[in-house]
Design a protein around this ligand. Structure first.
Ligand SMILES: Nc1ncnc2c1ncn2[C@@H]1O[C@H](COP(=O)(O)OP(=O)(O)OP(=O)(O)O)[C@@H](O)[C@H]1O
Length: 258
């Protein structure tokens, strides 16, 4: 089951520190991510993309306005929302298999189903052969793939991803983009995915939302005109990439991307 995510006039101001002025990162941001939608967020560095994701995850509260998941205001982190952020979230004292097993276990699925889910996810991210290793024995990319498998194995209703593939080499990145799409297709969950890569956003998203420098107050949301599966070299994909790039350039130049 999937859930929608609604931002209602959300403002986020970080308090001042040592005399510095308070920093309003998101101002009066309203947006809806539909059930099962794959939304990619793009925007200049520091515009507030991670701040938005954190509020959905329940790691930070809006200063004003509300964030609703499945119609309910977010009160804190919860198992309905799975997060893959830049830092790998693995328990160092468990091996890869056990780390991935924890999510389905918490949901109380049968042992047979748990084994099936864990094997499926570990094979999808190419870590089945490494399942007995501990996080300290893995490369950065392997840790990130294990963290992705761990989040997806819990089958959350909403998946929040903050540049999950940024540290990976190009081949792993392309492979995992495809795997993520096929897993998303099977789970039918809502995804909010932050990236700096226009190509990644265009390949993955149903909709691309571009933030301006003063995040949230100026936002351009583009529904993808592309059917699936997508070929990254096709004329349609390249044309949409150009369109998104044009808006992003405006945003990076400090102008509203609208
Ligand atoms: N916990 C915090 N306390 C104070 N300021 C913060 C905090 N987290 C983020 N900020 C500030 O909020 C602004 C937006 O940060 P955020 O990480 O949301 O942007 P971003 O768009 O995700 O950036 P990037 O693309 O570089 O990852 C920045 O100016 C940052 O310094």
């Amino acid at each position: 089951m999937s859930q929608n995510v609604v931002f209602e006039n959300v403002t986020k101001t970080y308090a001042s520190r040592r005399g510095a002025p308070a920093n309003t990162v998101i101002s009066n941001f309203s947006h809806e991510v539909a059930e099962n939608e794959f939304l990619c967020l793009l925007g200049p560095s520091g515009c507030g993309k991670s701040t938005v994701l954190n509020m959905v995850a329940g790691f930070g509260k809006p200063t004003a306005g509300r964030v609703l998941v499945g119609g309910k205001p977010v009160g804190g982190p919860g198992p309905d929302r799975g997060v893959v952020f830049q830092q790998y979230a693995l328990f160092p004292w468990y091996n890869v298999y056990r780390n991935v097993e924890l999510g389905p276990e918490a949901k109380g699925v049968s042992s047979a189903e748990k084994r099936e889910i864990v094997e499926h996810m570990l094979r999808a991210v190419g870590l089945w052969e490494h399942r007995h290793k501990y996080p300290k024995e893995l490369s950065g990319g392997m840790k990130q793939r294990a963290a992705i498998a761990r989040t997806l194995a819990a089958k959350p209703q909403v998946i929040l991803m903050d540049e999950p593939f940024a540290a990976l080499d190009a081949m792993s990145r392309e492979h995992l983009q495809q795997e993520l799409l096929s897993i998303w297709d099977g789970l039918r969950c809502t995804v909010i995915f932050v990236t700096h890569s226009v190509q990644e956003a265009v390949l993955l998203a149903d909709r691309v939302t571009i933030f301006g420098v003063d995040g949230g107050s100026a936002v351009k949301s583009l529904a993808s005109p592309l059917s699936r599966p997508r070929d990254r070299l096709s004329d349609e994909v390249i044309a949409f990439e150009r369109e998104v790039h044009a808006y992003l350039r405006k945003a990076e130049a400090g102008r509203a991307p609208v």
